[in-house]
Design a protein around this ligand. Sequence first.
Ligand SMILES: [Zn+2]
Length: 368
Amino acid sequence: MASASSSSAISSISHHFRSQEPIIFPSKAYSSVSTALNGRRAFGSIKAAQKTSLGNPRRRTQNVDGDIFVDNTCIDCDTCRWMVPEVFTRVDNMSAVIKQPTCKEERLNALQALLSCPTGSIRTETPPTDIGDAQETFPLALDNDTLPGVFHCGFHSKKSYGATPYLILHREGNILVDSPRYTEKLAKKIEMMGGVRYMFLTHRDDVADHKKWADRFKCTRILHSEDVEPSTIDVELKLEGSGPWSLYEDIVLIHTPGHTKGSVCLFHKPLKALFTGDHLTMYESGMSIIELYNHCSVPLQLESVEKLINLDFNWIIPGHGRRVHFKDGEEKAKSLEALVQKHREKELDSKTENQTKTCHVTQSRFST
Ligand SMILES: [Zn+2]
């Protein structure tokens, strides 16, 4: 049920570039904004992007004809594409409708994507009289057979750069993983499902409307102290050190620094599912550590990936991009090892290239 006192909660804690990967934050026209933020492609980028097109958001010509379309404020976050790949695809670095829904179910799914879009970039030519039906479907069960009790909340927030929020039902109290956009309709639905005891924030980027959710459910917010910022200073439970921390007997929080210093994954033991935030994900181009938006240290993040190789999970449930289901532990271990190796080789190549460049510069100095 909703609510639990912070003190009891605490005591229970035992201790692209663009052509390749979708973006979390737009960069093409706003690189100066990003640079000014010292590598933190922050919300300012999204706001800048939206301001630019807000005056005249228009239907992208890349959409097929018909009622549903994506406009030019799309930030290429991938959400609609993983939710409804039959309807949405990526064309020229943004989403577009490739096929209008042809049945009631497809229409409902497309409207669910419309509601989840963090920037409101999916629209209809005529007012959607069936939007209420789509709203009622959230939170959406991920998969009743393989991931029972795990729900996609929808209503992604641009304040969380479009990250996916989840709800985990648990007999000792439900857990909200990262923050959806606050809507009272969604809150009422979650209340009917038992409310929220903990709001687990994977890292500093995906906190969106955390305060509103905390006020509504009197839940205990959890964030690693390394990722606490002025806007999250009031978070009830700040994780210290390197963990791991047992939230419940079957739920463990694992420190995986690298993307940010305070990135933490949530491990659901019975489901063998790892909620990874921005630590690990799957894009159309393959498994990713979202290197382009690394805020802390890629080598450290790779070490954190290595730490997970022997952890007994078969699911990656990420903040951005697609879920991954490994056939077994062996397949998971091979995939993570390959990912680490790929990045280490890349690092080595770039070091060699830099050394070669230095050598050429030195030679040319001597020859002048
Ligand atoms: Zn992030």
